[in-house]
Design a binder for this molecule. Structure first.
Ligand code: HEM
Length: 461
């Protein structure tokens, strides 16, 4: 179904890297473990991952109840073990305080405002991609973190940052992400040392420094309704207050978005046919001087489908909550303090929902595919009061960044012989994924040029 090479075979690269999942992640992703046996596992399964007992919620309506019921199930960022990380930012807040902060930011992060950013996202992406080395294999998780951090800062936070701080921030991402993961996971056993504590503190200092720079260099929108303007006004221009929320947006904005793009690179390398198809669409949509909203995901079904399939196979594998007090999930008694997990990764590989669930097939999301699949069923942005506030932002950032990337570069897997490992971060990354991002030949058409004039170099390369 996905063959676009005309060879009749799946166009996998010969240098395709092997991916290794840790035992813990295999547990969460392996359909043989959960999804295939959903019927037998029952609506709630008592599971063991490492030293922790967790109650895994397989039933969609119970899943919504747990995700939406913060009176009973505490969100992980509100856990005291993460206090030094969340500070006074809204992810660490609960109840009314949390709802108020979210409501404050809502208009600035709403779809109509962000969808109109297509052209500026393209221009920012072109600028940032100019710094992607072309003469040597690149570390994809780092480069995608740098690209995404720049895009979030320029397009969502209306600011900029020095190239050095940007590079440090991109390097700090994995240390912060893994640090938060382990702090939370080991919280019930405070005597067990959290790995790399000092590195975590240094990375947190880098994130703080980046947030301060973004705050200082912020350029308000003409109507003063961009998110940083709203945060500044609500805190009477006291940086110490607004900075905690700004830092949360910055870190969370980089985290899952860069993971999605890094896995997209991995799949581009494995599927040159799909890379060509996304590029053809990118040429048609991105090479425009038309009004800002002429670049939007609705006009980019190939890129959007590619991103959905990346999310299906490589997205956040599970969400986690902790029971505040003894309770029941369905008929299952759950003790106070127990972990309750929502296994999105396994559900996205459920053969009852997806034909050939292990196969990467972006065309299953095409508007013509029958039966049509619901992107919302992937729950890419979670659910309930913690539904991702950056959803509209990433709906425009990710497809446009992907399209800009393949418009200017050809992604190939570098033959390092290394196994790509799935990192145990908040959002799993393809750790060790090294690729060549060779300049595209011939150069892509510049915005505003008719498509047959393809020989001219792109505007910003
Ligand atoms: C592909 C991109 C993204 C994905 C897949 C994603 C996914 C998610 C998910 C699943 C959650 C809920 C986690 C849970 O319930 O445990 C979440 C929360 C959050 N996301 Fe995103 N996100 C993305 C991009 C962004 C962006 C671009 C921003 C900011 C500009 C952002 C900011 C946040 C914040 C601050 C939270 C915590 C919300 C709260 O505590 O109320 N995310 N995200």
């Amino acid at each position: 179904m996905t063959d676009e090479t005309g060879t009749g075979q799946c166009p996998l690269s010969r240098e395709e890297p092997r991916v290794a999942h840790s035992r813990t992640l295999r547990f969460w992703l392996d359909p043989a473990n959960i999804a295939v046996r959903l019927g037998q596992a029952g609506p709630v399964a008592r599971t063991k991952a490492g030293p922790a007992v967790a109650f895994q919620v397989n039933d969609p309506s119970l899943l919504r109840k747990v995700g939406g019921g913060e009176d009973t199930f505490q969100f992980w960022t509100a856990d005291p073990s993460l206090r030094d990380f969340t500070g006074n930012g809204f992810p660490g807040a609960e109840g009314q305080a949390h709802r108020d902060r979210r409501a404050l930011m809502k208009p600035a992060l709403a779809a109509p405002r962000l969808t109109a950013l297509g052209r500026s996202v393209r221009d920012s992406a072109d600028g940032l991609l100019a710094g992607l080395p072309a003469d040597r294999p690149v570390d994809i998780p780092y480069e995608m973190s740098r690209l995404v951090a720049g895009l979030v800062i320029e397009s969502v936070l209306n600011s900029d940052i020095s190239p050095d701080t940007l590079a440090e921030l991109a390097r700090a991402r994995s240390v912060l992400s893994a640090g938060v993961f382990w702090k939370y996971a080991l919280a019930p056993w405070p005597w067990v040392p959290v790995p790399r504590r000092r590195a975590f503190r240094r990375a947190l200092a880098t994130l703080n420094e980046a947030a301060r720079e973004v705050y200082a260099r912020h350029r308000p929108d003409a109507d003063g309704s961009d998110v940083v303007s709203l945060l500044k006004r609500a805190s009477d221009d006291r940086p110490d207050v607004a900075l905690h929320d700004l830092r949360a947006l910055l870190f969370a904005g980089i985290e899952a978005t860069s993971s999605t793009l890094a896995w997209a690179c991995y799949e581009l390398g494995r599927h040159p046919g799909h890379q060509a198809a996304v590029r053809a669409e990118a040429d048609a949509v991105l090479a425009t001087d038309a009004p800002a909203d002429a670049i939007r995901p609705g006009l980019m079904p190939r890129s959007a489908g590619f991103v959905r399939e990346v999310t299906r196979l490589h997205g956040i594998p599970f969400l986690v909550r902790r029971a505040r007090h003894a309770t029941y999930v369905g008929d299952q008694p759950v003790p106070a303090g127990a972990l309750v997990t929502l296994p999105l990764g396994a559900l996205r590989r459920d053969p009852a929902r997806y034909a050939r669930p292990e196969e990467f097939d972006p065309l299953r999301w095409s508007p013509e595919a029958r039966p049509p699949l619901s992107p919302a069923a992937l729950l890419p942005y979670g659910l309930g009061p913690r539904y991702c506030p950056g959803a509209a932002a990433s709906d425009i950032l990710v497809p446009v960044a992907l399209a800009s990337l393949v418009r200017s570069r050809t992604l190939r897997t570098a033959s390092t012989g290394r196994t790509v490992r799935v990192s145990l971060d908040l959002t799993p990354m393809p750790k060790g994924l090294t690729m060549v991002a060779a300049p595209r030949e011939p150069h892509p058409p510049a915005p505003g040029r008719p498509r047959h004039e393809q020989a001219a170099p792109a505007r910003r390369h």
